[in-house]
Each structure stands twice: as structure tokens, then as C-alpha cells.
Design a protein around this ligand. Structure first.
Ligand code: C2E
Ligand code: CA
Ligand code: CA
Length: 782
């Protein structure tokens, strides 16, 4: 059971409701009125009852409201108990007749009440240091002024004239009241906010002081020592107010002292109060001076006491003001520090919003603004969009930390190359942009070439030598309407640079935009053509050098829109890849080719080889689709070869893994795998050993050709590839064989097979069937 639960069980809060304090107060008023009419002994008994009720109310308040600090309330309860006890003793003494035996003890207990209440007020006002100081000064000022008034109007004229004993005894009350008043003022000044509870307490204190002053004046004027009816009412009211204060729910919301004293709360009111207080002392002193001179009752003490108190008031005022100004200065310093912090934060956030976290370079938003600014001033300039080629591969194979290191290094090199000629930005991923400030894109060409050159240098990361290149698209600022146009045109040029084979720079011109629109139109039309007869499959024979016979045919797609010329794959395959249309298109070709080839395989043993795009291999059910096509066409798996490009298999990404899984599965059924266009891709030979492949198709750019290069060197290169294939137990197929001479060279190099216009161009199925039926041997073997 927690302490709180224990409390709840022991003292149900229901007994003290939110309105109990009001009932307590209202219920007490008739008793107060009745009490005035009673004789002294009964009156003292009623005082005692009020004191006891107040003590009980305070304890009930503590238990019901559970304030954070209970000390002031226990002090208050003790004070109330002291009051009740001494009142009871007085009552008993009066009933018995004459002053009680232990008079001094009973009086001491009664004075104890004042001190306990004063202590309670002091604790309630604490403990904030700066406001405690303010409260003390404030209280001192009030105490001094009250002392002047007490001296001038009470002590000097009334009490000093009485006999020493009564005078000394009656003097105690003003002193105690002065202490109480001081603590009340201190609370009023120092409390963070004055709650109802505080107000009831302050009001109660005021009532008590009023009762005492009235009593002293009454007794001094010769009244009976039990006091006037007014004093009696006030004493009872005091108990009621203290009890109500403790019963009020606000007693739980004890917020302690305010960080700055009350003077800052209501400046106009406090200024007026200060002025009044400053005037009261001298005015009262002047009055006392005049009065005593008039009565010829003047002695030095009459002027020393009020003047001393007035001087002390002045000193305290000065202290209070200097304290306030210190606080204000401190607060101003704090405020300035806070403003500085805020400004720094603002700057930091602006920086974050406009810069890339990894490289610290300006980001897209920042560059966008710079381009916009350059456009608005009409300055010349050229925007370069720089994208790393093969970055995804590095990220997939070596992990993101390596990728990040590569990007950081790329950024460093770019910064070095560009220098002051322009602004470098990172657009996220492996995309950078450079805004060159002077000249148009023609003038920017040397910069672009320098960028390509520096990025082509290998990067060392953790002992890895990474090779990347970059593609660049450029756009002139001069002819653009806004920065969005500049960015999207540069993007388009970049796309063109990638499509043209990467590691190059292309400047934007309108034809790029036209081509893009055409591409979009192509995709639209192609979507309609897929699944219809407009998609046809042509076949190109592949010749075995050992037998001189056609051993296989490669399926090559053609698009024949009704009434239009045949469209070659180069015109629509890239768009099909981009749009994903290659998946249904590739499947259509595969199924058609399997059906056509099934007959040829049965009759002549001719194999079928089909091109597969990376997009198809990343489909989860690719292998299953191939098996279904074979099954539906009744073509054995051993009759099929799939051609893939090198990039599909390289890298550690999920996509490569998926592709390898598909191919491995298909190979278990007898399907063979050929690497198409070998030599144009990654040229990383290490991967060949571990991958599920059977055939290398040597790209046609390697074919020895007098017109395009040094034949001896080209022959050496082909020899190397053929030897490599054989070392790895792979079949070597030469592509693009166009001449008799090339055939001869390939045969002497030991190349296994050849494909090219020299043996036959791609042709429709019917024509291919005829060619195969003729059983012609390849031209070379004739
Ligand atoms: P590829 O796989 O390298 O196909 C060989 C290409 O070289 C064919 O072009 C063929 O006509 C051409 N060719 C054959 N012999 C010679 C020659 O002696 N000299 C020259 N200069 N060229 C020769 P095609 O049919 O225009 O196909 C172009 C490319 O389109 C193919 O290159 C292939 O990558 C792609 N492709 C064709 N059909 C498909 C398909 O069904 N699916 C996929 N994914 N790609 C296909
Ligand atoms: Ca091919
Ligand atoms: Ca090829």
C-alpha cells in the first residue's frame, strides 16, 4: 500500500468538500454575533471554542487537501490550539473569580499563538531566495512605518502615561501585532500568486491586529479589561478566517515564492503605496512634534523613535529598489541570453533545411533558390546535374557505410574541381548538381569533362578499390522561364546521358523533350499492342563452327503496327523497361517462341535462345512462368537458353539474389543461361566462376573490323575472351559476324559458335521454318 493510498483510506477526503470553508465561515457568523452579547467568562469560553474549531479545521484541511508543504499548517494548528487553551484558562479563571494563578504562563501561551501564526506566514512566504529578500525588505518598510504610527498614536500618548506594569503588559500586543503584520506583508509580496487561502489568512491577520489596537485603545481610555464588543467580534472572526483558509481547496495549491517579488506585479499600485508609506512616517513625526510641543510634554525620545523608524524605512526602500533593479537587470540578461539562443537555433534550423546532412553541401531547396535568384537577375549560367553510374551496385555489394564514404569522397572531388566557378549541391542519393555562374553551357563543357575525369578515378574505401563513373546533364539558364524548368530539363539531359551509355555529358536541347514525349507516346501505344498480333517474333540462326550447321535460333521481338512499318526493339525496349511493360511483353515473346521452336526442336534438334530483361528476373514467379511456357508449348527445358546481361547477376542486392535463384532453379531442369553482350558491362571476371551460366556471347563490338580499329589488337582481345570461356568450361558464341574473314578468324581462335548477318538476318517464323527445313549448312562450311 503506498503512502497516498494509506492516506486516502485513513482520512476520506469526502468529509471536506470544496465548499466546506464557506459553511464554516457562514455558520460561525451568528455565533460571533451571539458571542458579543455574552459576559466576559462565557465570552472567553466561546473564544476557546472558536480556537478549538479553527485548530480542528486546519488539521482537517491538511488531511483533506494534502498540501505539498504541511509545516505552515501544523504551525497554524498549534497556534490555534495555544489560543484555545489560554482562552479556556481565562474562562476558568473568570468563573472562579479574580486573575488566575499562573497568569504569566497563560499569557505566554497566548503570545505563543502570535508567534506560531507569524512563523506559519513566514514559511508560507518562503523559500525563494530573491523574493524572500524582497519580502523581508518590504515587510521591514511596513514594520517601520507601523512602528512610527504605533509610537505616535499608541505607545507614546497612551501607554507611557499609564503605570509601568499595565503599560509594559499592553506594550506586548503592539509588538506582537507588528511581527504578525510584517510577516503578512512579506507573504503578500513574496507569494508566487495570492490564492483565496492566502487572502483569508491575510484578512484574518488584519482582523486580529485591528482587534488588538482597538483593545489597547479601549483599555487605555479606561474601559473594562475584557475589551469592547468590536474587539470581541474581531477575535472570533480571526479564528473563523484562519479555519476557513485551511478548509479552502486552494491551500493545496501552494506554489511557494515568486521568482521576482510582488513589486513587479502591479507597478502603479505599488508605486502609490510606496509614496504613501514614505510620507506617513515624516507626517506622523511632524504631528507628534507639534502635539507634544503644544502639550509641553516633549522629550527627546518622542522625536528619536519616529525619526529612527522613518530613516530605517528610507534605507529599506533604497535596498528594495536596488534589489528590484538587480533582479530586472538579471532578468534582462537572461532574456538576452534566451534571445541569443533562439537566434542560434533559428540559424541552425535554416542551415539544416538548406543543407544535406551527409556532405554538408547545399540541398535541392537551396540550389532551387539560387537558380531562381540567378534567373531573376538575368545572369548567365549553366546547371549541371551529376549522377554517379553504378552507385547502387556499390551500395548493394558493400553496404551503406561504404556507399556513404564514396559519396563523401565524390563530394570532396567535385568541390575541388569546381572551386569558385560555381555552387555544388547534393540532391540526395547519388545525385549532385552544380550551378556554374559564368557563361553558358558551352563554356561549362570543360568543367563537365573535368568532373567526369575526376570521378572516373577509383576510390579507396576500407581497402576496397571502387570504380564509378558519372553521367551529366546540362541546362542553360538563359532560355529558361523558371528554376523548375531548368531542373527538369537538366534531369532529362542526364537521363539521355545515361541512356546513351553513361560516363558522358549531354546538354539539353528541345529534341530531348520531343523524344521524351515520343517515348511517352510509344509506351501508350505499346500497351495497346501487347497481347495482339502486332507483337511478332523474328528468329536469327546461330551456327556451330564444328558442324557448320544451325544449332539454335535467337528470338528477337518486332513490333508491326497494322499498316505501318516494322519497328525494331531498340526503338521500344528501353521504354518498355522503364514502364515495366517489358514483363508482359517478354512473356508474350517467350510463349510464342516456345510454340514456334517446339516444332523445329522435334524435327531438327534446333535450340531456342530468348532475351530476358532484368525486370522480368526480379518478378517473384519468373521461373514458374518459364516452366509453364515450356510445358504449354511442349518444349523440353533442355531446348531453351535464356540470355541475360551481366548486370543482372552482379552485386549483393536482393534483386541479384532473386535473379540468381530463378536461374539456378531453371538450370536444374536443363535450361541453359547465356551472358549476352559480354565485355560491355562490368567486365568483372571474378563473378563468372560462381554464377549459374553456361554460355558467353561475345559482344559484336569485339568483332575484328578494318574500318574501326587495329585488327591484330581486336583479334587478341577475342582470343582472350574465348580462352577465358573455355577455362571456365563455358561455350563461346560470337555475335555480329558479318564477313567470311571474321568467320575464319573465329574458327582459328577456337570459338564454338557464331551469329550474324553473314549466316542470316532475323526473319519471321515461316521464313525461319523454310531455312531450317532446307537443312542448309552455314555459308562458312560450304
Ligand atoms: P541482342 O540480344 O544483342 O540481339 C542481337 C541484335 O544484333 C539483334 O538486333 C540483331 O538483329 C543484331 N544483329 C545480329 N547479327 C548482326 C550483325 O551481323 N551485325 C549487326 N550490326 N547486327 C546484328 P535487334 O533484333 O534489333 O535487337 C536489338 C536488341 O533488342 C537485342 O540485342 C536485345 O538486347 C533486345 N531484344 C530483342 N528482342 C528482345 C526480347 O524479346 N526481349 C528483350 N528483353 N530484349 C530483346
Ligand atoms: Ca541477345
Ligand atoms: Ca547480344
Amino acid at each position: 500500500m503506498t503512502a497516498q493510498q494509506h492516506d486516502r483510506v485513513a482520512y476520506p477526503a469526502a468529509r471536506v468538500g470544496t465548499r466546506t470553508w464557506r459553511w464554516f465561515l457562514l455558520g460561525g457568523i451568528p455565533v460571533v454575533i451571539a458571542g458579543i452579547l455574552l459576559g466576559p467568562a462565557a465570552q472567553e469560553a466561546v473564544y476557546a471554542a472558536f480556537g478549538a474549531a479553527a485548530a480542528v479545521a486546519v488539521v482537517a484541511g491538511i488531511r483533506a487537501h494534502r498540501p505539498a508543504r504541511t509545516l505552515p499548517w501544523w504551525l497554524l494548528a498549534a497556534g490555534m490550539a495555544c489560543g484555545a487553551l489560554s482562552n479556556l484558562a481565562w474562562s476558568a479563571a473568570l468563573v472562579l473569580g479574580g486573575p488566575p494563578a499562573g497568569l504569566n504562563v497563560i499569557n505566554a501561551v497566548y503570545y505563543g499563538m502570535y508567534l506560531l501564526v507569524a512563523a506559519a506566514l513566514a514559511v508560507l512566504a518562503g523559500p525563494g531566495r530573491s523574493s524572500a529578500l524582497a519580502g523581508a525588505a518590504e515587510a521591514g518598510i511596513v514594520a517601520c512605518t507601523a512602528a512610527v504610527l504605533a509610537w505616535v498614536f499608541l505607545i507614546d500618548p497612551v501607554l507611557r502615561s499609564r503605570d509601568a506594569i499595565t503599560g509594559g503588559f499592553a506594550l506586548v500586543y503592539p509588538v506582537l501585532d507588528l511581527i504578525l503584520l510584517t510577516m503578512a506583508v512579506r507573504l503578500a509580496v513574496a507569494a508566487a500568486s495570492l490564492t483565496r487561502t492566502h487572502l483569508l489568512m491575510l484578512f484574518g491577520t488584519g482582523v486580529l491586529v485591528l482587534a488588538d489596537v482597538g483593545y489597547v485603545l479601549w483599555v487605555a481610555a479606561g474601559g473594562p479589561w475584557s475589551g469592547s464588543g468590536g474587539s470581541a467580534a474581531c477575535w472570533m472572526l480571526f479564528y473563523l478566517l484562519v479555519g476557513a483558509a485551511a478548509l479552502h481547496p486552494a491551500m493545496a495549491t501552494d506554489r511557494g515564492a515568486a521568482p521576482i517579488g510582488g513589486y513587479l506585479r502591479s507597478p502603479r499600485l505599488t508605486t502609490a503605496a510606496k509614496a504613501l508609506i514614505v510620507l506617513v512616517g515624516p507626517a506622523a513625526t511632524a504631528y507628534a512634534f507639534w502635539r507634544d510641543l503644544h502639550r509641553q510634554d516633549f522629550d527627546l525620545l518622542d522625536i528619536t523613535v519616529p525619526l529612527g523608524a522613518a530613516a530605517a524605512t528610507g534605507v529599506l526602500l533604497v535596498l528594495r529598489l536596488s534589489h528590484t533593479s538587480t533582479l530586472v537587470n538579471r532578468r534582462a540578461t537572461d532574456l538576452q541570453a534566451a534571445l541569443d539562443d533562439q537566434a542560434a537555433l533559428q540559424e541552425q534550423m535554416t542551415h539544416l533545411a538548406l543543407h544535406d546532412a551527409l556532405t554538408g553541401l547545399p540541398n535541392r531547396l537551396h540550389l532551387d533558390r539560387l537558380v531562381q535568384a540567378a534567373l531573376s537577375t538575368g545572369d548567365a549560367g549553366c546547371l549541371l546535374m551529376v549522377d554517379l553510374d553504378g552507385f547502387q551496385h556499390v551500395n548493394d555489394s558493400f553496404g551503406h557505410p561504404t556507399g556513404d564514404a564514396l559519396l563523401t569522397e565524390a563530394a570532396r572531388r567535385l568541390r575541388e574541381v569546381i572551386g569558385r566557378a560555381g555552387t555544388l549541391a547534393r540532391f540526395g542519393g547519388d545525385e549532385f548538381a552544380v550551378l556554374l555562374h559564368d557563361g553558358d553551357c558551352l563554356a561549362a563543357e570543360p568543367h563537365a569533362r573535368a568532373i567526369l575525369r575526376t570521378l572516373r578515378q577509383p576510390v579507396e574505401v576500407d581497402g576496397q578499390r571502387l570504380h564509378v563513373t558519372a553521367s551529366i546533364g546540362m541546362r542553360d539558364l538563359a532560355t529558361a522561364a523558371d528554376s523548375a524548368e531548368v531542373l527538369s530539363d537538366a534531369d532529362l539531359a542526364l537521363y539521355a546521358a545515361k541512356a546513351a551509355g553513361k560516363d558522358r555529358v549531354i546538354a539539353y536541347d528541345v529534341t530531348l523533350r520531343e523524344n521524351q514525349l515520343k517515348r511517352i507516346a510509344v509506351v501508350d501505344r505499346l500497351r495497346g499492342a501487347i497481347g495482339t498480333d502486332a507483337i511478332q517474333v523474328y528468329y536469327q540462326p546461330i551456327v556451330s563452327f564444328s558442324t557448320g550447321r544451325f544449332t539454335a535460333v535467337e528470338a528477337l521481338v518486332r513490333w508491326v503496327p497494322p499498316g505501318e512499318a516494322t519497328i525494331g526493339p531498340d526503338a521500344f525496349i528501353p521504354a518498355a523497361e522503364d514502364s515495366g511493360l517489358i514483363v508482359p511483353l517478354g512473356e508474350q515473346v517467350l510463349r510464342q517462341a516456345c510454340r514456334d521452336a517446339a516444332v523445329w526442336y522435334r524435327r531438327y534438334g534446333t535450340l531456342l535462345t530468348v532475351n530476358v530483361s532484368p525486370r522480368q528476373l526480379s518478378e517473384a514467379d519468373f521461373a514458374a512462368r518459364v516452366m509453364r511456357a515450356l510445358h504449354d508449348a511442349d518444349l523440353p527445358a533442355a531446348a531453351l537458353i535464356l540470355e541475360i546481361t551481366e548486370g543482372v547477376l552482379v552485386g549483393a542486392g536482393a534483386q541479384a539474389e532473386q535473379s540468381i535463384a530463378h536461374l539456378s532453379e531453371l538450370r536444374r531442369f536443363g535450361v541453359q543461361v547465356a551472358v549476352d553482350d559480354f565485355g560491355t558491362g562490368y567486365s568483372s571476371l571474378a563473378y563468372l566462376r560462381d554464377l549459374p551460366i553456361d554460355i558467353l556471347k561475345i559482344d559484336r563490338s569485339f568483332m575484328p573490323d578494318e574500318a574501326t580499329g587495329d585488327p591484330a589488337q581486336q583479334v587478341a582481345l577475342v582470343r582472350t575472351i574465348v580462352d577465358l570461356a573455355h577455362t571456365l568450361r563455358l561455350t563461346a558464341v560470337a555475335e555480329g559476324v558479318e564477313t567470311m574473314e571474321q568467320t575464319a578468324v573465329l574458327q582459328t581462335l577456337g570459338c564454338d559458335k557464331g551469329q550474324g548477318f553473314h549466316y542470316g538476318r532475323p526473319a519471321p517464323a515461316a521464313k525461319t521454318a523454310d531455312v531450317l527445313a532446307e537443312g542448309v549448312t552455314a555459308p562458312a562450311a560450304r
